[in-house]
Design a protein around this ligand. Structure first.
Ligand SMILES: NC(=O)c1ccc[n+]([C@@H]2O[C@H](COP(=O)([O-])OP(=O)(O)OC[C@H]3O[C@@H](n4cnc5c(N)ncnc54)[C@H](OP(=O)(O)O)[C@@H]3O)[C@@H](O)[C@H]2O)c1
Length: 272
């Protein structure tokens, strides 16, 4: 099977990562195009990845199989309304914009195959995770092609219904910041305990990385890993008991509820 032609509309940080990931997976430069108003960014993409770049979105999508919409959510409506008249019926739209629903995209672009994705920032290091939802017009082959694009920057997981995108936003979309907050707090606490700040920061960061790798590579779940490192009456237990006495799990639930609600609210506003 020949490579599908993929056009990125908007080629900022996220699109550049996806393009880098696809090239690293062996997708030829001839199968990738990008459309972007900034000439500096277009030159960079040409230089680094050898792909064709365009300043005109309509020109860039001609003959493409997959169109990845990677502009900011605030300008998505205007970009879609401009593209609508130039689309062919078999072209698949992949949107990575936060808070733009399939219904909004179809109201701007007409009824067509749409895949809505929620990636996260570690995608910039190809360590991301994305939730993907496909509307019923997307074929199995097109789903596989969309999955290949998102898996170029990390793990890609399919969702059963679009409402789950708000939960994905709450867990992994906003999630990197929760871990940064924990790293900040642990660094602060380590310093208070007498460590040089730099040492406390490096200990915290490397611990987060090591714990994430253990959780990711182990065949038991996180709660079992935690039990295994928590000896009765030990130091870890003293800390965990303190977290739990402060309502840690309930606080995490409240925080993620707030993020999911905000995600639904933003989708409502951006879809107008
Ligand atoms: N970064 C993340 O971690 C992340 C995570 C989840 C979802 N997303 C989603 O990914 C999308 C892109 O985010 P990003 O971080 O890559 O943003 P970004 O770096 O600002 O990229 C957007 C690009 O679109 C270009 N652009 C502006 N107007 C355009 C138009 N009319 N036609 C074509 N291109 C146009 C911008 O060019 P100028 O700069 O010249 O205006 C910019 O290069 C957003 O919708 C965001 O919600 C990002």
């Amino acid at each position: 099977m020949s490579n599908p032609i993929i056009t990125f509309v908007g080629a900022g940080n996220m699109a550049a990562s996806l393009i880098g990931g696809l090239r690293a997976q062996g997708v030829p430069a001839s199968a990738i195009r990008a459309s972007e108003p900034g000439s500096e960014q277009r030159n960079r993409l040409q230089r680094e990845h050898g792909i064709a770049t365009f300043s005109d979105n309509a020109e860039a999508i001609k003959g493409a199989d997959l169109i990845v919409l990677a502009v900011k959510p605030q300008i998505m409506k205007a970009v879609c309304l401009d593209l609508a008249a130039h689309l062919a019926s078999n072209q698949v739209i992949i949107s990575i914009a936060a808070g733009i629903s399939c219904a909004s995209l179809e109201s701007w672009l007409g009824e067509r195959p749409v895949v809505r994705c929620m990636p996260n920032t570690p995608a910039l290091l190809r360590q991301g995770v994305s939730g993907l939802f496909a509307n019923p017009r997307v074929s199995a082959e097109q789903k596989a092609q969309a999955e290949q694009v998102l898996s170029a920057v990390g793990l890609a997981l399919w969702l059963d219904n679009e409402a789950q995108i708000d939960a994905v936003t709450a867990v992994s979309g906003s999630g990197p910041a929760y871990f940064f907050l924990l790293i900040e707090a642990m660094t602060e606490a380590g310093e208070q305990l007498g460590l040089p700040r730099e040492t406390a920061a490096r200990l915290s960061i490397q611990t987060a990385l090591g714990a994430a790798r253990m959780a990711s590579e182990s065949d038991v779940d996180a709660s079992e890993l935690r039990r295994r490192v928590t000896s009765p009456n030990g130091t870890t237990e003293a800390a965990i008991n303190t977290f739990q006495a402060g309502g840690f799990e309930a606080l995490v639930q409240q925080a993620l509820n707030a993020a999911a609600n905000r995600s639904a609210e933003l989708a409502e506003q951006l879809g107008q």
